[in-house]
Design a protein around this ligand. Structure first.
Ligand code: SF4
Length: 446
């Protein structure tokens, strides 16, 4: 159970030396109790207190790393129930099920689809993250061959081995040494054997329970067997069950400090009906799933789920921004249109997307407005005639243009005269208000 601030305070040095950045030991204790501080910020805490507090001050949901290199994903470490309280930390991972009953060619094709799923959205790389290799055949040799294929085809990509057979697990994990794999399928009947294989391979153990009671019982037993890293499955498969169990688990871990469920959750969205599968996966993304297993890679499904995940895991207090600079879209020449907008990511990607689609090469000046959109930035005094003219002058763009003309967003038409005053020799043209008006506007000038 989590310790209260007063209980923690009793174990601190009580010198109020402020080295931890807090005015008093009591204030630091309160921060620790709320998990807003880390024990190592106090340099004078005794070894005995460290031992006692270490467990209590550990993240309520254990951090787990899967895969290696730039394909690695982190999960766990969440500290809030709702993103607006602070933020969600580690985006959930999407895993695609690959059965060992498939031919080698079909399995390889699915792995290639996972590798090719990466897209760039709002400056972030998004992809299907992991392979869920399932021992549907019951044949250890087939699972091993599939694991070997995954190691060859998709090095570094997180792999989840799914089997109930410890020997099959051991053989498959033998091909994934150092890959931070997951061994999923530990239940009441095979726990000791599976724990042994997971430990030997330094893999995370995936607990497959029938219900929440059994889940906490199994994680406690696994811990007793020396397993620290786990992902947990309460057995929920229907959408309502996933919502209910994931919520219980997150609440119990965060609000009650109930350690037996303080691990990342694995959810199975698998459905024959892919639309339904996508909806269930969306539910798991929104409500605390850390690994969401899907049946296939489809562009439409990926786009929907990637966007949802990105929105849920974006820090609500930090606007997403792109770098201030002049972007070339297409291959603009000296006569190509020159436009300006702000550096709010969504604004940039919508504007640049419209320009790209209409295939009129342009230069797009993106000005640092601290991530605010055009109207908000103007209202906040961050997208003003002075700042725009300074940015344009300092950019040195003048030398690249045959005609000094700047197209400003229609929403700030009011700035055109003031910008012209501050940029002598420039013509300021008012463009459309909305980005979707750009194609017609640009084509009419071509
Ligand atoms: Fe107290 Fe430690 Fe903070 Fe000093 S550094 S005020 S001893 S908690």
């Amino acid at each position: 159970m989590a310790l209260t601030g007063v209980e923690i305070f009793k174990m601190l040095p009580k010198t109020n030396c402020k080295k931890c950045g807090q005015p008093t030991c009591l204030a630091f204790a309160m921060k620790l109790a709320q998990r807003q501080a880390s024990l190592d910020q106090c340099p004078d805490v005794s070894e005995e207190a460290k031992q006692k507090l270490g467990e209590a001050s550990a993240p309520p949901i254990r951090p787990i790393k899967l895969g290696t290199g730039d394909k690695a994903v982190k999960m766990g470490e969440e500290t809030v129930l709702f993103r607006h309280e602070k933020k969600f930390v580690n985006p959930c991972a999407f895993a695609v099920k690959i059965e060992d009953t498939l031919t080698e060619a079909d399995a390889a094709k699915k792995m290639e689809e996972v590798l090719a799923s990466e897209i760039d959205r709002v400056g972030q790389k998004l992809r299907v993250d992991a392979l869920f290799l399932s021992n549907d055949s019951g044949d250890a040799a087939k699972l091993e061959a599939l694991a070997k294929l995954a190691a060859q085809k998709a090095p570094g990509v997180p792999v989840i081995i799914s089997t109930k057979n410890p020997d099959a697990a051991g053989a498959a994990l033998g091909h994934l040494s150092g890959q931070n794999a997951v061994l999923y399928g530990a239940d009441a009947g095979n726990l000791a054997g599976m724990a042994e294989k997971a430990k030997a391979a330094k893999a995370t153990l995936g607990i497959a329970a029938k219900n929440l009671d059994e889940l906490s019982d199994l994680t406690e037993k696994a811990k007793g067997l020396g397993i620290e890293d786990m992902v947990i499955d309460s057995g929920a498969r229907k959408a309502g069950e996933i919502l209910r169990d994931n919520t219980y688990i997150r609440r119990a871990a965060l609000k009650k400090g109930f350690k037996p469920v303080g691990y990342p959750v694995i959810n199975f969205a698998l459905r024959e009906d892919e639309m339904l599968e996508t909806l269930v996966a969306g539910l798991a993304v929104e409500k605390y799933g850390s690994i969401v297993v899907l049946g296939s890679v489809r562009k439409w499904k990926d786009l929907a789920l990637f966007s949802l995940r990105q929105n849920v895991y974006t820090d609500p207090q930090v606007p997403m921004q792109v770098q201030q600079k002049i972007y070339k879209i297409g291959e603009p020449g000296p006569k190509s249109p020159f436009l300006i907008t702000t550096n709010f990511s969504l604004t940039y990607f919508i504007v640049s997307g419209e320009i790209e689609n209409c295939k009129v090469p342009c230069r797009l000046a993106v000005m640092d407005s601290e991530g605010l959109s055009v109207l908000t930035a103007w209202a906040a005094g961050k997208f003003t005639a002075s700042k725009i003219s300074q940015f344009i002058t300092e950019s040195g763009i003048e030398g690249e243009l045959e005609q000094k003309e700047l197209i400003i967003p229609g929403y700030v038409a009011i700035l055109s005269g003031a910008i012209e005053d501050k940029l002598p020799g420039w013509k300021i043209t008012v463009g459309p208000r909305e980005a979707n008006g750009l194609p017609a506007f640009l084509k009419s000038r071509a």
